[in-house]
Design a protein around this ligand. Structure first.
Ligand code: PLP
Length: 370
């Protein structure tokens, strides 16, 4: 057996949301009948303009993609309201950006701060570079960040601080003032993860002109409907991005990805519709779940919601299994640090599918009560 790095020998594989294929294989349920509320995707499909652009570029598949993609950065800069040299685009989604931030900044023994429960990929990625996680606190009850816990966690070894707003999986926001307090208290890079900012209709882009230790992390996987193509982007100071770009995979933003992003950004109507419908469906799910006896749900500014199962008679593992048998995928949150085994996350589906989900959820809850 070839000897692998010690960190790899002890590594736990990342647990993503379940796929439709898993459910089809396990329960024989037709893929079209599955309700997918597990991965915070856009359930209405990609922009028609993006679909057309991807189909049309099939002929270019034999050629390497443009690696510098200035026009792509320019288009994203216009959308985000920044300058082109404040943009970096990545090819395995925003997750790739996390990896290259770690590669650029982390030396063995450096620390990074996270506020569990939050997106687990930060830890998953940074630990690979032998960085040490230091835990601040997200108050689940109030669905807010305990800012002092972040400030208290800062040491001279802190290299990166992750702030997720809206926070995944709780859906709460971090206020602009709280972000400023943290940014001003440190020289470390503050990564403000705005993967879901469109659903919150607020963002922190103004910080970029005031502070050079801020990076906004964003993605085309959510409201933009391109999760399957894997495109992310970051907004930060040109000096930092120039350094990160030195080690960025050269061709990871593929030809179809580039075409799809350009077409989607041209489709303002699609972006507006997706945002509006997502918010409507989020509020529908919130009200509907709140009305079910035995379930509690947290208000959310994103396209997913955290459900508290403590009074339901189910653990998250049990209810996800019961729902899966009926063709529904939700996210068991047991793998999120600082959540016990009684939380699940649901993301939005189209309206008819959300209605069906609520019916199935009521049946499942009733089953335990009777
Ligand atoms: C909070 C947060 N940040 C970043 C990402 C990464 O998104 P992607 O790699 O699909 O761009 C996700 C994906 O679910 C997320 O939830």
């Amino acid at each position: 057996m070839v000897k692998t790095r010690a960190v790899i020998d002890e590594y736990d594989t990342y647990v993503p949301g379940r796929s439709k294929k898993e459910i089809t294989d396990k329960y024989g349920i037709d893929a079209d009948d599955i309700l997918k509320l597990g991965s915070n995707e856009n359930p209405w499909g990609a922009s028609k303009k993006a679909q057309k652009a991807v189909a049309e570029c099939a002929i270019e598949m034999n050629r390497y993609p443009e690696s510098n993609h200035e026009y792509l950065k320019e288009k994203i800069a216009q959308y985000a309201g920044v300058r082109q040299n404040q943009v970096i685009v990545t090819g395995d989604g925003a997750d790739e950006l996390l990896d290259i931030i770690a590669k650029t900044l982390i030396s063995e023994g450096d620390e990074f701060i996270v506020h569990p429960p939050t997106y687990t990929y930060y830890e998953y990625t940074f630990k690979l570079y032998n960085a040490k996680p230091v835990y601040a606190r997200w108050d689940v009850e109030t669905n807010t960040l305990d800012v002092d816990s972040v400030l208290d966690a800062i040491t001279d070894k802190t290299k990166v601080i992750f702030l997720c707003t809206p926070n995944n999986p709780t859906g709460g926001l971090i206020s602009h003032d709280d972000i400023v307090r943290i940014v001003e208290a440190t020289d470390a890079l503050v990564v403000v993860d705005e993967a879901y900012w469109e659903f919150a209709e607020v963002n922190n882009v103004d910080l970029l002109d005031k502070y050079d230790n801020v990076l906004l992390l964003r993605t085309f996987s959510k409201v933009m409907g391109l999760a399957g193509l894997r495109v992310g982007y970051g907004l930060a100071s040109p000096e930092l991005l120039e350094k990160i770009s030195r080690i960025k995979p050269v061709f990871s933003v593929t030809v179809p990805s580039q075409k799809a992003v350009l077409a989607t950004l041209d489709d303002k109507e699609y972006i507006e519709e997706s945002t509006r419908k997502s918010i409507e469906e989020r509020e529908y799910l919130y009200e509907s779940v709140k009305a079910i006896d035995g379930l509690d749900i947290y208000a959310s500014k994103s396209n997913y919601l955290l459900v508290d199962l403590h009074d339901s008679g189910y653990t998250a593992a049990e209810i996800t299994e019961a729902l899966m048998k009926r063709g529904v995928i939700v996210r068991d949150c047991t793998s999120f640090r600082d959540l016990d085994e009684y939380y699940m996350r649901i993301s939005i589906e189209t309206h008819p599918k959300n209605e069906r989900f609520i019916e199935i959820l009521k049946e499942v809850i009733d089953e335990r009560r009777n």
